[in-house]
Design a protein around this ligand. Structure first.
Ligand code: SF4
Length: 323
């Protein structure tokens, strides 16, 4: 066990040093030396929960997202697949970090991917094994216009084949409140603006219910192009488009993000936990409060859920009033 623990510490040290090299901030953690003789590990399995370790170690996706916030030279990089941009930076050589943790804490017969086990972080709990790591939004030096220029006439995923218009995020770029949906529908695809159909009209009412106007908030989707027949975006499509949204979040820096519906919640937070379990409780995303709630399109199909959405929005309103 001590040897395995030393390997784990070595791996964590490597990861943190590498993240610092890449410019990721707020990793002021001093890990102990990976000298097994200096440790007396009594009961790792019972003392340290898998959840705590998973929170301590940023996921690969989070690291990629943090790096993806760095602006690219739009004139050169426009339409260049982001994966190739990331490969060009040393990211493709990042070591796999889960093997040791899985070996230590999981039943080997039930090997799980990190995505399956990654818990959603709450803002109240940010524990770590050796020190406090508070993930915050990377500082952004780009503008929304530069991000759109980088997106260009995007063909980075297959959704480009059937779209009419790319639907960029829209609204107040200094908003305290941001809404994030799954992907555009037919009306949005035609107009090139998010949430302009019936669901958009209901979203306007939801915004007004907490004393704000649509012009006060910033609204976007994880995916900017309409999926054919309004199907769910695939995980690859979502992962390809999401970095643009994250860069926008870093520019706008809202105090609260209301994420609408199951797919958007799971894609934004990188969790498999469903919306019915997550809604109504603030989650944390790089230090930003995230309130998952039902998508307005779902509320149109099942108006009985409006009450729960109202309860969620009251929490958002109260938080914003106190912030
Ligand atoms: S959904 Fe996003 S990544 Fe895919 S083509 Fe549209 S803008 Fe590009």
């Amino acid at each position: 066990m001590q040897n395995e623990f030393s390997i784990l510490v070595e791996e964590l040290n490597e990861q943190i040093l590498y993240l610092k090299e890449l410019g990721v901030e707020n990793f002021n953690v001093d890990l102990p030396e990976a000298d097994s003789s200096k440790f007396k590990v009594l009961s790792l399995k019972s003392d340290i929960s898998q959840e705590k370790l998973a929170r301590f170690v940023p996921s690969d996706v989070e690291m990629l997202e943090a790096i993806a916030t760095k602006p690219t030279n739009a004139s050169v990089e426009q339409n260049k697949p982001r994966t190739s941009i990331l490969e060009a930076s040393k990211l493709s050589s990042l070591p796999k970090r889960n093997s040791t943790i899985s070996n230590l804490l999981n039943n080997p017969k039930e090997e799980q991917t990190r995505e399956n086990t990654m818990p959603v972080k709450t803002s109240e709990e940010m524990p770590s094994l050796f020190g406090e790591i508070v993930q915050t939004l990377p500082e952004s030096i780009e503008t929304i216009e530069e991000i759109r220029l980088d997106i260009g006439n995007c063909t980075r995923c297959t959704l480009c084949e059937s779209r009419i218009k790319i639907v960029h995020s829209d609204g107040n770029r200094e908003a305290n409140l941001m809404f994030v949906g799954e992907a555009p529908g037919a009306n949005e695809d035609a107009e090139g603006r998010p949430f302009v159909g019936k669901a958009g009209q209901l979203l306007n009412k939801i915004i007004e219910s907490i004393g704000l106007k649509r012009e006060d908030v910033f609204i976007g989707n994880v995916n900017r192009c309409r999926p054919p027949q309004n199907r769910q975006p695939t995980p690859l499509e979502a992962a390809t488009c999401k970095p643009f949204l994250l860069r926008e979040i870093s520019v706008v820096r809202p105090k609260v993000i209301v994420v609408l519906g199951n797919t958007a919640t799971q894609n934004l937070l990188g969790t498999k936990v469903g919306i019915t379990k997550l809604r109504g409780e603030f989650q944390d995303y790089f230090g930003v409060k995230v309130m998952p709630t039902f998508h307005p399109a779902y509320l149109l199909r099942d108006p009985s859920k409006k009450r729960e959405t109202w309860e969620d929005m009251k929490k958002v309103r109260d938080f914003l009033n106190q912030a």
